[in-house]
Design a binder for this molecule. Structure first.
Ligand code: PLP
Length: 453
């Protein structure tokens, strides 16, 4: 079959996010061409079941015509309106108001970004401004969690705790600190929920004490760590961390970029936990990947502190050309309607037990050491020895072989470097989609087991 000329053009000109550049030059690009529901089609005509919603974002599935129509109508009417100079657009205003209605009651104000990295960066800038504005300029240190992911912009990548985002980028910054992950499968405190929660709270207290509470600005966390390997803390963990932040007088900042919009069941993971953050970051499911958009939601206290922190007539110098983009906002409004009136949130909740059971059944497979999930966010952790939880030798490159075998078996999920397989099926998945997912997944694991080296 003749090679697609796009492969050479890609190799010569397009730099891809988070790949090994030399490996990509050798391997070449896999070009996806179309999508419908939970299925993608590549340029070879292969139909693939997407069990990762693109990059944990296409929560409503592909080809939702009402979203396409909302975008087209907004583009025809007004494709762009700046938010600078006191201008605005109807969809952006309505979307902000709708998010405040849906979010935890502590959050009253919305700043729109282009995605999750700049939402985290914006939060850092707002927090810095807030403390400078409110007379506590020494509060400059930020604490996040090992294995956490908060983006790859200059500052958010330092809160991220994955080595490749730091190496050769001179990160983390001296003001960015980490505490251990509440990783139930490998927690030195054991697997008991209370013990894990106590250990995390103690670690946060100890870190704040070490830095001095007058020097610490905020604690950032994901309700479930996504890119770090879908690490699901026990119920009650998020609330306990929020309570600890209050007690320590630092801001509690929750990154719901993955966990938002029904991914774990409710609209936001904070809702199920009764957690009330001071700031919350959103992206991905906000527009379900149909256009770029993220958001920072903030409490009235933080907003008022910033608003009063500048002299009359002086702007707060933070903004992007595409903040509050009207087309993205129109898409966001329709996507929110699909979650609620369209029944997708309810479908996600109804299907979650099937997903959980399917993952749990695979614990019987010789390669699978742990199965974990909440809602439609889950993972399998593969181990070389189930009794010691020993990992596979990285030289085996098992994760790459699994990803290749999965593709041959027409299913896409995320195979992380440490052999955690991450899943984030769309909220439109049916029982038949789940049956197909687990049949293809089991076949993939069996194939890899048959050729371990
Ligand atoms: N925060 C979390 C929890 C994420 O998972 C991600 C992306 O995966 C980000 C932030 C960064 O978002 P983006 O890639 O849209 O910049």
């Amino acid at each position: 079959m003749p090679t697609n000329p796009l492969v050479a053009l890609d190799r010569d000109h397009l730099i891809h996010p988070v790949v090994n550049y030399r490996a990509h030059e050798q391997r070449g690009v896999t070009i996806l061409e179309s999508g419908h529901g939970a299925y993608l089609r590549d340029t070879q005509g292969t139909e693939l079941l997407d069990a990762f919603s693109g990059l944990w974002c296409v929560n409503v599935g592909y080809g939702q015509q009402s979203v396409v129509q909302a975008a087209a109508e907004q583009m025809a009417k007004l494709p762009y309106a700046t938010g600078y100079f006191h201008y605005g657009s109807e969809p952006a205003i309505r979307l902000a108001a709708r998010l405040v209605e849906l979010a935890p009651a502590s959050l009253r104000h919305v700043y729109f970004t282009l995605g999750g990295s700049d939402a985290n960066d914006s939060a850092i800038r707002f927090i810095t401004h807030y403390y400078n504005s409110t007379g506590r300029p020494q509060k400059k240190h930020f604490i996040s969690i090992e294995r956490g992911y908060h983006g790859s912009s200059s500052q958010s990548a330092g809160l991220t705790a994955l080595a490749v985002f730091h190496q050769n980028f001179d990160l983390p910054l001296p003001s960015q600190h980490k505490i251990p992950s509440p990783y139930p499968y490998r927690n030195p405190a054991g697997s008991d929920a209370d013990a894990i929660i106590r250990a995390s709270v103690a670690a946060l207290r100890a870190k704040v004490q070490e830095l001095g509470r007058d020097n610490v600005a905020a604690f950032f966390c994901e309700p479930i760590q996504g890119s770090g390997g879908v690490i699901v803390p026990p119920k009650g963990w998020l609330k306990a961390m929020g309570d600890a932040c209050r007690e320590l007088d630092i801001l509690f900042v929750v990154d719901e970029v993955i966990t938002g919009f029904g991914r774990t069941g409710p609209m936001f993971a904070c809702e199920a936990e009764g957690a009330e953050p001071d700031l919350m970051m959103l992206a991905k499911g906000l527009t379900a990947g149909y256009a770029p958009m993220g958001a920072v939601l903030m409490s009235d206290r933080v907003y008022q502190g910033i608003a009063d922190g500048v002299a009359p007539g002086v702007p707060v110098g933070h903004g992007y050309t595409y903040s509050a983009h009207p087309v993205s906002a129109a898409i966001g409004l329709e996507v929110l309607r699909l979650y609620t009136e369209g029944g997708l949130l309810a479908n996600g909740i109804a299907q979650a037990p099937l997903f959980e059971q399917g993952l749990r059944d695979l614990l019987e497979h010789p390669l699978v050491g742990d199965a974990r999930s909440r809602g439609l966010l889950g993972a399998l952790e593969l181990v070389a020895d189930k009794s010691t939880k020993a990992r596979f030798d990285p030289a085996l490159k098992l994760h790459e072989r699994i990803a290749d075998a999965a593709y041959r078996n027409q299913v896409i999920f995320r195979a992380f470097g440490d052999n955690v397989l991450g899943f984030a099926p769309a909220l439109c998945y049916t029982q038949a989609d789940f049956e197909l997912l687990f049949a293809r997944l089991k076949k993939t694991l069996d194939e890899v087991l048959d050729q371990p080296d």
